[in-house]
Design a protein around this ligand. Structure first.
Ligand SMILES: Nc1ncnc2c1ncn2[C@@H]1O[C@H](COP(=O)(O)OP(=O)(O)OP(=O)(O)O)[C@@H](O)[C@H]1O
Ligand SMILES: [Mg+2]
Length: 296
């Protein structure tokens, strides 16, 4: 295989028309695909962790299966569930063949992607929601790509190794043994140039002056140290939608920040910024009003 062939087969993911990926994120995705290791994605809420899996699937032309983790999720639910209740009901009412245990074994998301003929992207979303044992409990299955259905003794072996993407909001530390098996990437908060590209995906052809005003206000808000919850990419996208629908002009936006509720989700934060505006506090209208970080 020539060097160009190797490079192009490595660089399988380059973002999509609907998802802007930074170079380090693309590298992490491509590294995980090449090593056939799960990709563990962390980052602030709303920075595109969950959406990434959809777009990796789109870009690789693979179907996707999602497993959204809750505090009550157990690792075995991802493999299969033995529907004893259905079996009991069938036994009681004479429906179905209760002797055939296999018909009461319902595969979970991992079970389905293992059994599928074609290669899937498997999203394990918000793994840190579950208890501490959860990540360790799915290690073996993800490593070996096989598991046994205890009730029947059947062994399910993955026909194709799925591309596994795991997200975490950092609510809990993940065990070292789990981390060792993953490729890790933290999505840094997008800088203004990357953010312009992300905004363009959702609000194409936005007036450049308006976009500049929007981003000045947005990054200024994020710089306010006393904020309890900084607005993130998803709030920015919503806020721009509200601004566009309201027909606000760039000049109006220079003076104040309307529709704060689309950006800030904590009452102390909204009260704080509103009272700052009411007191006639200075609103930034140019990048030079922000710190050195924004003026290089
Ligand atoms: N890189 C990006 N390209 C395009 N859109 C993006 C990007 N990052 C974030 N978004 C927008 O932000 C929204 C939120 O993304 P997503 O739900 O994937 O975030 P998340 O990191 O999973 O958040 P949470 O931690 O709250 O679950 C998306 O629906 C999309 O509109
Ligand atoms: Mg998410």
């Amino acid at each position: 295989m020539s060097k160009t062939d190797t490079t192009s087969s490595f660089n399988q993911f380059q973002g999509t028309q609907g998802y802007i990926a930074s170079t380090p994120l693309m590298d992490a995705v491509n590294c995980a695909i090449a090593l056939e290791r799960p990709l563990l994605i962390k980052g602030e809420p709303g920075t595109g962790k969950t959406l990434l899996a959809n777009h990796v699937a789109e870009s690789l032309g693979m179907p996707m299966e999602s497993w959204h983790i809750k505090s009550t999720s157990k690792a075995c639910d991802g493999l299969y569930v033995y529907d004893t209740l259905q079996r009991l009901n069938d036994a009681r009412f004479g429906d179905g063949d209760v002797q055939d245990i296999r018909s009461y074994i319902k595969p979970g998301p991992l079970g389905r992607v293992f059994a599928a003929e074609n290669r899937h992207v498997l999203l394990i979303d918000e793994i840190d929601k579950a208890d501490l044992e959860f990540p360790n409990d799915i290690l073996r299955e993800i490593d070996e790509m096989r598991f046994t259905v205890l009730e029947t003794g059947d062994e399910v072996i993955a026909k194709q190794r799925p591309v596994v993407i795991i997200t975490s909001n950092n609510e809990k530390e993940l065990p070292d043994a789990f981390l060792r098996r993953c490729v890790f990437h933290f999505i840094d908060f997008p800088d203004r140039e990357l953010m312009k590209e992300i905004v363009d995906v959702h609000h194409p052809h936005l007036d450049t002056k308006l976009l500049d005003q929007v981003l000045i206000k947005f990054y200024w808000l994020r710089e306010q140290g006393e904020l309890r919850k900084k607005p993130s990419t998803s709030e920015l996208i919503d806020w721009i939608a509200a601004l566009l629908r309201s027909g606000i002009s760039t000049e109006q936006l220079e003076e104040h920040i309307p529709f704060l509720g689309a950006l800030l989700k904590n009452e102390q934060d909204t009260v704080g910024v509103s009272s700052y505006q009411e007191r006639g506090g200075r609103m930034p209208a140019a990048w030079s009003d922000l710190g050195a970080k924004y003026n290089q």
